[in-house]
Structures are given as structure tokens and as C-alpha cells.
Write a protein that binds this ligand. Structure first.
Ligand code: NAD
Length: 486
């Protein structure tokens, strides 16, 4: 068993309160370690260290020197690939095939894309004549915003944290990271990487703990935090936006979703089934971009439901490193209870359970893990709870439709607007729908295919702001205008 500490000003430290909590492995509920919960004194120390580091050697680096340091972080994450993999898998229980292809490589790539961006970005410049016949030239200068608070969820812990930490550091800020209480390990481990490659103390800090009355709210309400970037639930985003209002601090919010997949009769059927299988069940459905509402054109409805059911049957649950494991557990007992509550609600509201709906039969040694079955429902009205509310589990409701207008109306009839995927061979229709569906991200004949230069974020209650490529600069820098008269 290990101690999971806080990382403040380049050192691993405990806390003055002595408060710890257990971190358990969701695969079998075994104890991984004790997390040292940061209280106000630790959050204050982390923010003070981050503020001081802005004026230290970090603040004096040229862009190229800073980027070289970030390149060294990428190299060191790759050197310690296995340590990150083991830590991420112990915290989340996700299959090794998934974590080794997505979580850890993207965790590193998120630094690389922003060193490429920051080295190549330009600012605008204008010239005008002044009334006294002279000339005035204006130009833009991007300066770091300051101390950035990064508040993260548990579903893709390293990936989603570095998606914010990468651009924050590339732009010259310093950060205080608050990982999810459920997944503290990889953010904490990254402190070792920072020290190894010589990132100055205070530039990267980690405070572990919970949200309300704990490290999360202490951090977001701290007056010396200059910007808050958050990924998580819409309800938490609301609290964070309120915290940001004090002191007029900007917020970047990547929030919940209830994403729809639209499958037309003219789709490439096998590709649509394979893609929707991934979007519903990958990472046990714990992907913000995941699909929980599937709309299928009536002529292929029965065939599609049967094909997805066959795929769900093949999602073998198991240990992360077993070669035949296709799906891991949910992240925690709390989340398992929530998802099973939704499964019960679907039944109560009259769903036809095509597959799943409960806990899979697991071997004795895994029975205490946080398992749920991949689940498919049909037959519910669009007003049913599991059709309107985000579940964040491996499940979907499949609804038939007859016309394009009808399916667009159903897809848009939700408070969220994060992502959609449209499956059709008719490119005109695909392009028409891509502009009609109210989302931040639209995939056509694909899903979760990412080019990190593109804007990422949600519309409606799925978020505020866009991160990715140059779009991240809007949040992580201040754009100052300088005018020279000559
Ligand atoms: P959550 O909102 O419960 O927690 C996220 C983080 O916020 C945690 O670190 C938590 O400790 C902290 N927190 C909670 N209350 C707080 C408060 N009052 N002040 C400060 N911090 C607080 O979310 P979760 O359950 O960890 O993650 C799942 C949610 O995240 C889902 O809704 C999912 O859709 C969303 N998500 C969105 C994206 C996206 O890019 N849009 C990506 C991944 C996950």
C-alpha cells in the first residue's frame, strides 16, 4: 500500500490535518493506497508557490526554452510509460489495451501539440495615420494569464489533465491541479517527471482531495487563482462558474453530454455498428463524447438493434491485463450505484431491455468490483429519464425514426450539446445535418477521431469555451494590444 501525497513547490508533502482517505481498485475493491487530502493550508501553499514561480526562472524562459522543457516532459512520460500505465489502470480498472493506446500516449501528446502551436502562432498588427500626420502601429502580445487552477474528472485522468496542463504551461502559466478524488495517481506521479526534467518548483502543483469543502472549492475560491479550467459535470460547472465570478476570473468549462448517434438506412452498416459499439461501450461508457441515444432509420432498425446486441454480448468484462478483456468496471462504488439506479429506472419506466440491465456474473475474486453490464434499451418515449439524463455508463437507448426533420428535432431536444455522430453515405445530407445539430463536435461516419489542432468543447449546457490548438490560447493567455506612435 502506498501514500498518495500532494505535490507542492517541487516536493511531495502530506497535510497538516492528517486527513487521509482510501483509494480502492475498482476491479476487485482492493486497497491501492491512502490519499492525503489537501486542506486550506496546502491549497494556500500550492497557490503561493505557483504565484511565486511566475516571477522566478520559469517566467524568464524564452518560448523555445519553455518548449524544450515541455518536449523533455513528453520524453520522460514515454520513458516511464509503464509506470503511468500501471497507475492509471490501478485507479480506473480500464483495459490495458485502451489505456496503452489512448490514455498514456495522448497524455504525452497533449504537451507536444501545444509546443508546436505556441512556437508558430502569430498576432495581428495594424497601422493607421494619426491626426497630426504621424503613424501609429498596433500589435498584439500574448502574455500568460497567471496561476491556473485545473479541476479534473476521473474518466480519462491523465489525458484530460494534460489537455489543460499542456497549453497552460506552453503559454507560460503555472498550475495547481486538483485531480478527481477517485483518480489521484497519474497527476501525482507527473510531479516526479517535472522534477526530473528540471521544471522549476512551483510551476506544477497537485492538491488531492474532494470538491465541496475540500481541495476543489478551496482552490477555485482562492483569490490568487487567475483562471479556472474545469472538466466534469454540468452541476459542478455551475458551482465553479459562481466561484469564478468572485474576482472576475475566467472559466473554461468542459461539461456533461447526452450525445446522439444518427444512423441512416444508407449508412455503411458494418462501420456504423462498429463505431456505435465503441461510442456506447468504450471505457465502460465513461467518455464525455460517448453515445447514450441512438436514432436508427426505421428500415434498418431491427437489423441494427440485433447487430448492436451481438456486439454487446461480446464485451467480455475482466481484469485489465487479460488479453480477452473488452470492458472494465466503472470507476467507483458510488458511480456503480448511480448507473445501476438508472438501469432500475429504465425498467420502472417500461423499457424493453434488449441486453444487460444489471451486474455481470464475475469470478469470486472480482465480485466486489464495480461491474455493470453493457446495456441496450428500446421502446421508451423521448421523455424517459434514461433518454434525457446523462448516465455515464455503458448503455444506450435505441429509437427508430422516419424523417430527417424528426431525427434532428429529437437529437436537439436535450439541454446538453456536446457531440454527435452521423452515419450516412449521402454527403449532402451529412453536411446539412452537421450544421443543424446543436453540438460543439460532430463526427460523420466516425467517432472520437481527434486532430488536436481543432476546437474542442460543448454548446448549450455542455460547456463554455473551446480548447485545442490555437483556440486554447484564448483562455491560457491575455491578449494585450501595444500601440506605438512614431
Ligand atoms: P464531477 O463534476 O463530479 O467532478 C469533477 C471534479 O470537480 C472532481 O475533481 C471533483 O472533486 C471536483 N469538484 C466537485 N465539486 C466541486 C466544487 N464545488 N468545487 C470545485 N471542485 C469540485 O465530475 P466527474 O464525476 O468526476 O466526471 C464525470 C463528468 O465529467 C460527466 O458529467 C462527464 O460528461 C464530464 N466530462 C466532460 C468532458 C468534456 O470534455 N466535456 C470530459 C470528461 C468528462
Amino acid at each position: 500500500m502506498k501514500d498518495i501525497l500532494n505535490f507542492i513547490n517541487g516536493e511531495y508533502v502530506s497535510n497538516v490535518s492528517g486527513k487521509t482517505y482510501e483509494k480502492r481498485n475498482p476491479v476487485d475493491n482492493s486497497l491501492i493506497g491512502m490519499v492525503h487530502e489537501a486542506g486550506k493550508p496546502e491549497v494556500d501553499a500550492a497557490v503561493a508557490a505557483a504565484k511565486a514561480a511566475l516571477k522566478g526562472p520559469w517566467g524568464k524562459l524564452s518560448v523555445v526554452e519553455r518548449c524544450n522543457m515541455l518536449d523533455a516532459i513528453v520524453a520522460e512520460i514515454n520513458n516511464r510509460f509503464d509506470d503511468f500505465l500501471q497507475a492509471e489502470i490501478a485507479d480506473t480498472g480500464k483495459p490495458a489495451t485502451l489505456a496503452s493506446h489512448i490514455d498514456i500516449p495522448r497524455g504525452a501528446a497533449n504537451f507536444k501539440i501545444f509546443t508546436d502551436t505556441i512556437k508558430n502562432v502569430s498576432t495581428e498588427s495594424f497601422e493607421m495615420r494619426t491626426p497630426d500626420g504621424k503613424t501609429a502601429r498596433s500589435y498584439g502580445v500574448r502574455t500568460p494569464r497567471g496561476v491556473i487552477a485545473i479541476i479534473c474528472p476521473w474518466n480519462l485522468p491523465l489525458l484530460l489533465m494534460t489537455w489543460k496542463c499542456g497549453p497552460a504551461l506552453a503559454c507560460g502559466n503555472t498550475v495547481v491541479v486538483k485531480p478527481s478524488e477517485a483518480t489521484p495517481s497519474t497527476a501525482t506521479l507527473l510531479g516526479e517527471v517535472m522534477n526530473k526534467v528540471g521544471v522549476p518548483p512551483g510551476v506544477y502543483n497537485v492538491v488531492n482531495g474532494f470538491g465541496v469543502d475540500s481541495a476543489g472549492s478551496f482552490l477555485t475560491s482562492h483569490p490568487d487563482v487567475n483562471g479556472i479550467t474545469f472538466t466534469g459535470e454540468t452541476k459542478t460547472g455551475t458551482a465553479i462558474m459562481k466561484a469564478g465570478a468572485d474576482g472576475i476570473r475566467p472559466v473554461s468549462l468542459e461539461l456533461g453530454g447526452k450525445n446522439a448517434a444518427l444512423v441512416f438506412a444508407d449508412c455503411d452498416f458494418d462501420n456504423a455498428v462498429a463505431t456505435v459499439t465503441r461510442s456506447c461501450f468504450e471505457n465502460a461508457g465513461q467518455v464525455c463524447l460517448g453515445t447514450e441515444r441512438v436514432y436508427v432509420e426505421r428500415p434498418i432498425f431491427d437489423k441494427f438493434v440485433a447487430a448492436l446486441k451481438e456486439k454487446a454480448e461480446q464485451m467480455k468484462p475482466g481484469r485489465p491485463f487479460d488479453a480477452d478483456t473488452k470492458i472494465g468496471p466503472l470507476v467507483s462504488k458510488i458511480h456503480q450505484k448511480k448507473v445501476l439506479g438508472m438501469y432500475a429506472k429504465a425498467k420502472e419506466e417500461g423499457a424493453n431491455i434488449v441486453f444487460g440491465g444489471g451486474i455481470p456474473d464475475m469470478p469470486e475474486e472480482l465480485k466486489d468490483g464495480c461491474w455493470v453490464q453493457p446495456t441496450i434499451w428500446t421502446g421508451l418515449p423521448e421523455t424517459a429519464t434514461v433518454v434525457t439524463e446523462e448516465i455515464f455508463g455503458p448503455c444506450c437507448h435505441i429509437q427508430p425514426f422516419d424523417t430527417e426533420e424528426e431525427v434532428v428535432a429529437m437529437a436537439n431536444n436535450n439541454r446538453y450539446g456536446l457531440a454527435t455522430s452521423i452515419h450516412t453515405q449521402d454527403i449532402s445530407r451529412a453536411m446539412r445535418l452537421a450544421s443543424e445539430i446543436e453540438v460543439g463536435l460532430c463526427w460523420i461516419n466516425s467517432w472520437f477521431l481527434r486532430d488536436l489542432r481543432t476546437p474542442f468543447g460543448g454548446s448549450k449546457q455542455s460547456g463554455i469555451g473551446r480548447e485545442g490548438g490555437v483556440h486554447s490560447l484564448e483562455f491560457y493567455t491575455e491578449l494585450r494590444n501595444v500601440m506605438v506612435k512614431y
